[in-house]
Design a protein around this ligand. Sequence first.
Ligand code: DI6
Ligand code: FE
Length: 397
Amino acid sequence: MLLKNTTLACTDLDQPCGLIRGGALVVEGTHIVWVGSEQSLPETFRSHEALDLEGRLVTPGLIDCHTHIVHGGNRAREFEMRLEGASYEEIARVGGGILSTVKATRAAGEEELLEQALVRVDALLTQGVTTLEIKSGYGLDIETELVMLRVARRIQEQRPVQVRTSFLGAHAVPPEFEHRADAYIETVCLPALAAAHAEGLVDAVDGFCEGIAFTPMQIAEVFDGAQSLGLPVKLHAEQLSNLGGAQLAARYKALSADHLEHASDADAAAMARAGTVAVILPGAFYTLRETKHPAIDSFRAHGVAMAVATDCNPGSSPLTSILLAMNMAATLFRMTPEECLAGVTRHAGKALGLDDVGVLRTGARADLAIWDVESPAELSYRIGFNPLWKRMFGGRF
Ligand code: DI6
Ligand code: FE
């Protein structure tokens, strides 16, 4: 199929946003076979079935590279408690927070988890998302961690979306292991990882390095386990405090370090050397009314690729809008609309170890979002408005 009379963004071209006005794009089967200016379209493609896009903007299908979208229940009550003045950490320390979602997730069962997650997934798909990362981490026992990952895999059978899974057994210490985090890692987290990997359920291994979660030493143990299975790692790092998670992630050549509100310039330098992507999660910053900004200037100065994601989760970021995540990254953190777009396309792909999505080039997957806008900046600019016209996944509308 030939898509013509369009503006293309995120091409390989050395232009702001990789923009090509008067562009054309050719899809054969599941992949892109040609991208460029319509004037230079080779003769062989001119006879392909054509769709005139009347100047609409085509971007790669968007990539939400950090979500906890599979989970049981909700935390509206904690939302109310925070409005009354309780902090996220205080709620976590009295058994709320992540652990209340663990309870609800364990109780839910596979079908219910799937059904609840699909509602949220659908919200993302209507905004042009075609690749979605999903973490475990609300099971915290071997069986429920597996169930969460099976649900994540089933989502890509039920919807036109590619799912990448991250094992997040090191998300919190479950109540039955209170004050015994090391024992939890030895007897649950690592065995669950091995079992999930054996079932083909794990694409990457994540952790939460934080005062209310795990120390860098404990995370290193999980990362060693990942390495021994040949799995890449990523990390929730420096979200609420600076514990050295970003530099630990860099030492393990992590795909990404995520959150990073408390990361330093030295952290950015280490991430740059390791090629670790900074995943910026403005939904959590906003929800928790955090005041410390991620060091965007340092990431820029050191050339760290920045991704933007929803962090969709029931506690710190009940957000199912990738477009709003882009708007927040721009308005709250002064990321440019171009950076926001790269953050949900090419750099998000990099954060997942994928290079055939998030870019319009020959050989990439034909995962596209077609927008009723004239310029890429419009995608970050509006609030609560969805200009998606059509979405293509693997060459199919
Ligand atoms: N950081 C987050 O923002 C989520 N997990 C994490 O490690 C929050 C998870 C939750 O509050 O349920
Ligand atoms: Fe998260």
